[in-house]
Design a protein around this ligand. Structure first.
Ligand SMILES: [Cu+2]
Length: 146
């Protein structure tokens, strides 16, 4: 990664932290539209797959929409979230920090999970971490971690 890019990402992270701190009680609209047909999907993991922890997860997004870092309010974009062992978050609210946010616009992560069965679901969130309208979510998949 280029040095300037790293600086930008670091700056955005700081801005985001401040933003979350000062705006924690602000109510967001949750009105960012998604693009019809946009879909998120697990690229390299299938429902029912057995995995050895730690493992890589690659996040796919169809070409109707693009990836942007959190706080970048660009049209038709969002950032990935991974929901583990939990129901879909409230669609009109900011996705809580107990879920994994790929707020720098990452499209893959290495994940450690305890042994056993886990459910995973992807949800795209807008610049303020709120799912789009209508939400862009993957199916819930179950993996077996050994
Ligand atoms: Cu987020």
């Amino acid at each position: 990664m280029q040095k300037s890019m790293k600086k930008i990402l670091k700056f955005m992270f700081i801005v985001q932290s401040l933003f979350l701190y000062f705006a924690a009680s602000t109510v967001y609209g949750g009105e960012t539209p998604s693009v019809p047909g946009a879909r998120v999907y697990f690229i390299n993991i299938k429902d029912g797959q057995t995995l050895k922890s730690p493992f890589l997860i690659q996040f796919g997004l169809t070409s109707e929409m693009g990836i942007a870092p959190a706080l970048a309010d660009w049209p038709d974009t969002g950032h990935h979230h991974l929901i583990i062992d939990s129901p879909v978050p409230n669609e009109n609210k900011s996705i809580s920090n107990k879920h994994i946010h790929m707020h720098m616009g990452q499209t893959e992560i290495t994940l450690k999970l305890t042994k056993g069965k886990h459910t995973m679901q992807m949800v795209l969130g807008d610049y303020s971490h709120i799912p789009h309208d209508p939400p862009v979510m993957s199916e819930v998949i179950t993996v077996n971690v050994k």
